[in-house]
Design a protein around this ligand. Structure first.
Ligand SMILES: [Zn+2]
Length: 671
């Protein structure tokens, strides 16, 4: 083990932590994402070759790939209390009067903070190292969500200024899902036919209670610290000082916390944010007002459920009144008919709203919404517009109930009702509207990622009859494309090249692209990793599928049935016949075989491997690739023009392998 490598690892970890701090806490990154990724990749590579140097606080160790068994209970050393709510400036003044009436409290300053709409969490640091995270639970006892909170990139695994930190420091704050992450997550879920989350708070809560931390890591949660729980010594005399300390320790603290010298100023700040709340990249549902002086907080104490020195000011939900001009019926990729209301444009929560999903025909009936109706719209979780109420008194006398379609609006085929009775589907397997949606999905950037195959072109291809199923796109000829309106030679070439390039996408993309019900990107990855190749997935029994970790019975059934359907089987056959070759997923590391557990060093250049390729192949075979030859080396693989490593191995009597011998031990495959 060279001292140099050890040093470089320490240096890389320090650099990555510093850049995380600049990015998440200061909001002033000084490095590009690409350069950051390079540092990360270098660290990962060194740690892979020297697993004995991996420590749990390394930035590479945020995500465990071991599924959790559950969430054991944790008793909070200091209870996590709830906060009383107020809804008007008058109530805020009453709160202030209750405080300033106390003997010994003269003129009270407050800290006013944004009330982030997320989930309260307590994170325990021991000598500056992240050791445990727990949910609020009932305030006394919460759930241990350590493995999932570790995956949140803005939560430091190691605090800064470790020499000055209290030995024990419990940090309290809010885990939340930024708007962008929420919209993206729901988009993916919708495409996979999974239920969408009603708002970012539910999405954050759901993500923290997943048994697979890898999925939690993919949810892009974030964190703001706003208080401390147990601590081995005080870190400030006022709340504002505590916030400053937390920021110095490297914790993300919301930059909008403000000091108010009296309750009038508190109300001003609340009003300001009520108007500006939609400019934030995350959801807030009000403000939190805290007495600044900690000795005053002690004097005031708490009731059984909430502290007396702190109060929440909740914003009312914003609604807007508008008129439903018409109702469109859209056909999705699985044939589901979705009614969508076209509205008179209205300003709501910071944006113009013109359309609102009515979800399904049961919902139309429940709301009794009709064309011409005046309605109230609200944003679910402040993001997705939704009709919440019909104002009957404004209904035009001739407004008729919206008829439930009996035929598909796109192809005229009969519709069928789902078993549950909520959804109505077009029953035509060749419905052009469904095919267009399926093609859009297939070519989408999270599936086959065919850049030049956009929605307008898909419409043209389907309408012209050139494409009658997904596989047909791989049989398109240039002359055909050139016969389309406004198609130039160069774009036709680009389109064909993009389609060609998609033939060798990874297996998981191919599985996701098929649009199997309940199977999104994540579950497609799990299936690809578990089964390795397409054939094994297609042949798997329902039991085999259901036995895969994270694949539920509904998913298993859906995959099984999909590949038993003659039409789907024919499409897959056609895709393969066209030369589509989904790239098999790397199988998990081998635990047996001639190289399992062996330390292997490579020197010189190899004919059938790149440097990266041979390391990958060795790891897959369960071997530990190493940099330098030592007594612990099991094999030295020698390529052309070997270096001094060969001499050293000879001197130590280490077995030497040629490239051919290595290939044999790897199971006969080059790469
Ligand atoms: Zn149809």
């Amino acid at each position: 083990m060279s001292e140099k490598i050890k040093q470089r690892i320490a240096e890389l970890r320090e650099l990555i932590r510093e850049h995380d701090y600049r990015y998440y806490v200061l909001g002033e990154p000084t490095i590009s994402d690409t350069d950051y990724d390079k540092l990360f990749a270098e660290l990962k590579e060194l740690e892979d070759t020297h697993p004995e140097l991996i420590t749990p606080d390394s930035p590479t160790q945020r995500v465990t790939d071991r599924p959790l068994e559950g969430f054991p209970q944790v008793r909070h050393a200091v209870p996590m209390m709830s906060i009383d709510n107020t809804y008007s400036p008058q109530e805020l003044r009453e709160f202030d009067q209750r405080i300033t009436r106390q003997p010994g409290i003269k003129g009270c300053e407050y800290v006013v903070e944004l009330k982030i709409d997320g989930l309260a969490i307590s994170i325990r640091y021991s000598n500056g190292v992240f050791v445990q995270a727990a949910t609020r639970g009932d305030g006394q006892v919460g759930d241990d969500v350590t493995a999932n909170v570790r995956t949140i990139r803005s939560v430091p695994l190691v605090l800064r200024h470790r020499d000055h930190l209290p030995e024990v420091l419990e940090v309290r704050g809010e885990v939340y899902m930024p708007n962008k992450a929420f919209l993206e997550l729901n988009r993916l879920r919708e495409e996979a036919g999974e239920p969408i989350f009603a708002n970012p708070r539910n999405a954050a809560a759901g993500s923290l209670k997943l048994l697979d931390p890898r999925i939690t890591a993919s949810r892009n949660l974030a964190f703001f610290a706003y208080a401390i729980g147990q601590t081995s010594r005080p870190i400030g005399k006022t709340h504002m000082e505590v916030l400053t300390r937390l920021r110095e320790y490297g914790l993300p603290v919301n930059p909008h916390s403000e000091l108010a010298k009296d309750i009038d100023q508190v109300i001003q700040i609340c009003d300001k944010w009520q108007a500006k709340r939609h400019q934030l990249p995350y959801q807030i549902d009000g403000m939190v007002i805290k007495v600044n002086r900690l000795d005053y907080q002690d004097t005031l104490g708490a009731t059984a459920r909430a502290p007396r020195w702190c109060i929440a000011y909740k914003f009312p939900a914003e609604r807007a009144k508008t008129v439903v001009r018409s109702i469109d019926v859209q056909v999705g990729k699985s044939g589901i008919l979705t009614p969508v209301a076209n509205l008179d444009p209205v300003r709501l929560a910071g944006t113009m709203v013109k359309r609102a999903s009515l979800h399904n025909f049961e919902e139309i009936k429940r709301l009794d919404v009709r064309c011409g109706d005046t309605v109230l719209v609200e944003k679910a979780g402040e993001i997705i517009p939704q009709v919440v109420e019909v104002l009957q008194e404004f209904r035009p006398p001739d407004a008729k109930p919206f008829p439930v379609p009996t035929r598909c609006p796109e192809c005229g085929h009969k519709v069928v009702k789902d078993e549950g009775g909520v959804y109505i589907r077009c029953s035509n397997p060749d419905c052009p509207a469904q095919l267009k949606e399926r093609l859009r999905y297939f070519a989408g950037r999270d599936q086959m990622d065919i850049e030049n195959l956009g929605p307008a072109l898909i419409d043209q291809l389907v309408d012209s009859g050139m494409v009658k199923n997904i596989a047909d796109i791989y049989y398109l000829k240039k002359e055909q494309l050139l016969s389309l309106e406004r198609m130039a030679e160069k774009s036709a070439t680009n389109i064909l090249n993009a389609i060609e390039a998609s033939k060798t996408r990874p297996l998981w993309r191919f599985i996701a692209a098929l649009g199997i019900r309940h199977i999104g990107r994540q579950s497609a990855q799990i299936l690809a990793e578990h089964f390795g190749d397409l054939d094994s997935i297609m042949k798997a029994s329902q039991d085999e599928l259901a036995s895969v970790d994270q694949i539920g019975p509904a998913m298993a059934q859906s995959v099984y049935e999909f590949f038993r359907d003659p039409k789907n089987k024919a499409t897959v056959r056609q895709l393969l016949a066209a030369g589509v070759r989904p790239q098999p997923a790397l199988r998990p590391k081998a635990r047996s075989g001639p190289l399992a557990g062996k330390t292997v060093v490579v020197t010189g250049s190899l004919k059938s491997f790149t440097r990266q390729g041979v390391l990958e192949a060795l790891r897959t075979a369960g071997a530990r690739p190493a940099e330098s030859v030592s007594r612990k080396t099991d094999y030295l693989v020698v390529g052309a023009e070997p270096g001094s490593k060969l001499d050293k191995a000879r001197a130590l009597g280490i077995p030497i392998l040629t490239e051919e011998q290595l290939v044999q031990m790897l199971g006969g495959k080059g790469g």
